[in-house]
Design a protein around this ligand. Sequence first.
Ligand SMILES: CC(=O)N[C@H]1[C@@H](OP(=O)(O)OP(=O)(O)OC[C@H]2O[C@@H](n3ccc(=O)[nH]c3=O)[C@H](O)[C@@H]2O)O[C@H](CO)[C@@H](O)[C@@H]1O
Length: 363
Amino acid sequence: MRIVVSGGGTGGHIYPALALIREIQKVNKDAEFLYIGTEQGLEGKLVRRENIPFESIHITGFKRKLSFENVKTIYRFLKGVSRSKKLLKEFNADVVIGTGGYVCGPVVYAAAKLGIPSIIHEQNSIPGLTNKFLSRYVDKIAICFKEAEGFFPKEKVVFTGNPRASEVLNQDGKQGRESVGLRLDVPAVLIFGGSRGARPINEAVIKSFSEFSGKPYQVLYVTGDAHFDAVKKEVELVGSPHNVVIKPFVHNMPEVLAGIDLTVARAGATTLAELTALGIPSILIPSPYVTNNHQEKNARSLSEHGAARLLLEKDLTSKRLVEEIDKIFMDEDLLQSMKKSAEDLGVRDAAGRLYQVMIDLAN
Ligand SMILES: CC(=O)N[C@H]1[C@@H](OP(=O)(O)OP(=O)(O)OC[C@H]2O[C@@H](n3ccc(=O)[nH]c3=O)[C@H](O)[C@@H]2O)O[C@H](CO)[C@@H](O)[C@@H]1O
């Protein structure tokens, strides 16, 4: 099968695409892949690291306000469609899947216009602009939250879950801990703000450093690549406790997650798919800066089930952050019940389900 995958901008769209590719490679040695992304997004870097054939197109997103930029965006979209058509024909694609981000717009639209079977994968509980637009043209829409169903034509929707949930399974947590310098004998909390890091979380974490120093747990704090230098400067001023490990980005997240007892994170949909697949309790601080506040809705679907505790950014202080972590670590019953509730929500066979949708369509 010749498969074109497109998805970009942030890790939340790219990691599900990569997970899907890796899972298909395991079961179908003859499958061939072409990834179409942009040069500006994280995908150029992440996909090339995996030695997957990569082609790029130039595209930007629509501004919600009326502006001349939107005229340029329409022009880039049309140019992107024509380049995508050329790439799809040259590659002779059997099926095309978009996992989100602006770049999927022209690629998946071009596939639909050429009559190539097409799918979009919506990770979130509320879809973004690109997927809403594409839903009119594609053959199937794979979703990860039941709440997303109502936004799409009913007959096209299929619940698959997020392929990243399958990829994080069966990893070696001991190796994960050792790879980032965490001790093996003390509980560990991972704190990170999505694939790009989040300044409000960074600010609260740095202010918590003095409190962390006496705690019976250790902290793996991932700042996000772009924030690392600024954080390092501030940390030099306040000093870093011996039980806090600081990293700009973690490339082996599946392995690291396998060694983690509790997570503090934004509520990006792919992160949530990983946490539920592994049954990791979490404190979720949804980003209020995303379309239709979709992260809060993502987060509530876990917190209402007892799998996570919700901490809104407006209530985030260093004191509250440490209190929330302590509350869970000091109460073994709470920790275990959150673990179990998270596990109940995991869709661990998501990659296989999504691949099956692709096979059915291509045939
Ligand atoms: C600001 C924004 O628009 N965020 C969106 C983006 O989030 P974002 O890109 O942050 O996506 P997620 O939180 O869903 O996923 C992050 C991914 O990056 C990985 N990771 C993260 C940090 C790190 O150091 N190493 C690493 O590998 C995580 O394990 C996960 O696989 O896409 C998500 C999925 O559509 C959306 O729900 C989010 O609202």
